[in-house]
Design a protein around this ligand. Structure first.
Ligand code: HEC
Ligand code: HEC
Length: 253
């Protein structure tokens, strides 16, 4: 006796003939009640930070940096929480790679992190924190069990910027390698693991009620913003990025 599953109900079939007629099959499908998507933001269960990093690192080599962090966190949530995370096609984050398909804008590790964070919480302090953390953290730190491109320790660098272009340059300068070298690709994969791990750490802390923001806009930037920012007399600049890599200090030169 073979079983035929329709709408989650197993029905028997004898001698190779299904007891369910095609018509009945359609009716079964029609009465199937879809699970209602819960209120946003969605339920969170604390994640294993190391598992998130491993998943993010592997995902990087399958769809780039933004997909890497997004899949690292959301992929683990699919396993820990299940529905509704199981409805998310995490490949929707691929667009963010290379700072949006090679434009060198916001590093995709951050884009993916922001998407994952904002799915679980509407507290944007966590998004601000991940961007600030990214600009000041020495990376990469993650050490894969089996490296995809280059084994062993890599040179570390501080991006000083959330921009892919600046971040990659900080690394290729420090490591004295080319943009499309295996080292640079390996570095970005590990940086994605670090960033996804930081997202999981922050979300775990939020779940425990212990999350606090630590990032502060550096004093040198705050000083420029005291005149150029929204609260200053000139009020013509809208960014928290470090000004000097792009402008130098135009007032002393
Ligand atoms: C005490 C107030 C003050 C501070 C602090 C200050 N600026 Fe300015 N900045 C000005 C004024 C005034 C101008 C000229 C007026 C204008 O361009 O609107 C100016 C002009 C500029 C310009 C040229 C804008 C243009 O139109 O070409 C840049 C770029 C700039 N500032 C960047 C910075 C940066 C970077 C810092 C921090 C390192 C900084 N400023 C700090 C007051 C300030
Ligand atoms: C990623 C590079 C980059 C960074 C970082 C950056 N700027 Fe700019 N900024 C530009 C560009 C490009 C322009 C537009 C072209 C120009 O005027 O030079 C600009 C324009 C300006 C202007 C002229 C605005 C106007 O209305 O005419 C000021 C003033 C300025 N920036 C100040 C700052 C300050 C202060 C910071 C840091 C808080 C900062 N910038 C960070 C690239 C940058």
């Amino acid at each position: 006796m073979a079983g035929v599953a329709v709408g989650g109900i197993a029905l028997g079939a004898i001698g190779g003939y299904s007891l369910v007629t095609p018509k009945e099959t359609i009716i079964e499908k029609e009465v199937e009640v879809p699970q209602e998507v819960p209120e946003y933001p969605w339920e969170y269960k604390k994640l294993d930070v190391e598992a998130v990093k491993d998943r993010a690192y592997a995902a990087y080599f399958d769809g780039g940096c933004a997909y890497g962090t997004f899949e690292g966190v959301v992929g683990e949530l699919k396993e820990k929480v299940g529905f509704p995370y199981t409805t998310i096609p995490t490949k929707m984050a691929v667009w963010g790679k290379g700072g949006i398909v090679g434009w060198g804008l916001t590093c995709g590790a951050i884009t993916g992190a922001g998407m994952a964070l904002n799915l679980v919480t509407d507290n944007l302090a966590l998004v601000n924190e991940i961007v600030g953390w990214y600009t000041t953290e020495e990376m990469p730190q993650y050490m894969p069990a089996v490296a995809r491109k280059v084994e062993g320790e890599l040179v570390k660098s501080v991006s000083g910027s959330p921009l892919c272009h600046a971040s990659v340059s900080s690394y290729t300068d420090a490591a004295d390698c080319e943009e499309n070298s295996p080292e640079r690709v390996e570095r970005c994969g590990r940086l994605v693991a670090d960033t996804a791990g930081k997202v999981a750490e922050m979300l775990n802390a939020l779940a425990d009620g212990t999350f606090t923001s630590t990032f502060q806009v550096p004093a040198s930037v705050a000083e420029c913003l005291s005149c150029h920012g929204a609260d200053g007399p000139i009020n013509n600049v809208f960014t928290k990025m470090d000004c000097t890599p792009c402008h130098g200090d135009p007032h002393t030169n």
